[in-house]
Design a protein around this ligand. Structure first.
Ligand code: RP5
Length: 176
């Protein structure tokens, strides 16, 4: 259930992208950023895409995350229609040859229309980046992101300690 007006719009070309794109929603939920999720297809619902992109700012969205696979034109076309930041998630979908088609379709934008492209299927990173964009002007979000980074740091130190405890040699003694 949505508790406040969404500030991040997560859109995808098909519901078949949802298993990947869910990671963006999950991350944003975990730090209390309200996000909406829907299907918008650049090729199959072009007018819906225009409506979504052109109304996004008025509706209160601050960042759009757009995922698509194959000939993945959704992120770039949405970016062409709004001045909100657009984060693109290339999805290795049923119609992707090998994922490179989605990556290059989203990454290789012309000058003037950037899409912040994350790695193949990396919707969690899209969620983190959206939070960082919001956190650049929202201290409470920035504090949660700092805590998230501190937690990752601790997890890696714990992994290093486990390797050493299992007898692997380690001459690197900083604990940072
Ligand atoms: C793309 O085609 C979608 O983003 C999806 O990744 C892919 C396959 O779509 P479906 O055939 O599963 O609807 O436009």
């Amino acid at each position: 259930m949505q508790t406040s007006n969404p500030v991040v719009g997560i859109i995808m070309g098909s519901d078949s992208d949802l298993p990947v794109m869910q990671d963006a929603k999950n991350f944003l939920d975990s730090i209390g950023i309200s996000a909406e999720v829907t299907v918008v297809s650049a090729h199959r619902t072009p007018l819906r895409m225009v409506d979504y992109a052109t109304q996004a700012r008025k509706r209160g969205l601050k960042v759009i995350i757009a995922g698509a696979g194959g000939a993945a034109h959704l992120p770039g076309m949405v970016a062409s229609l709004t001045s909100l930041p657009v984060i693109g998630v290339p999805v290795k979908s049923s119609n992707s040859i090998d994922g490179w088609d989605s990556v290059l379709s989203i990454l290789q934008m012309p000058n003037g229309v950037p899409v912040a492209t994350v790695a193949l299927n990396a919707a969690k990173n899209a969620g983190i980046l959206a939070a960082q964009i919001i956190g650049s002007s929202d201290t409470s979000v920035a504090e949660k992101l700092d805590a998230f980074k501190a937690e990752m740091n601790e997890e890696v130190l714990a992994k290093a300690a486990r390797l050493q405890a299992n007898g692997l040699p380690n001459s690197f003694d900083t604990n940072q």
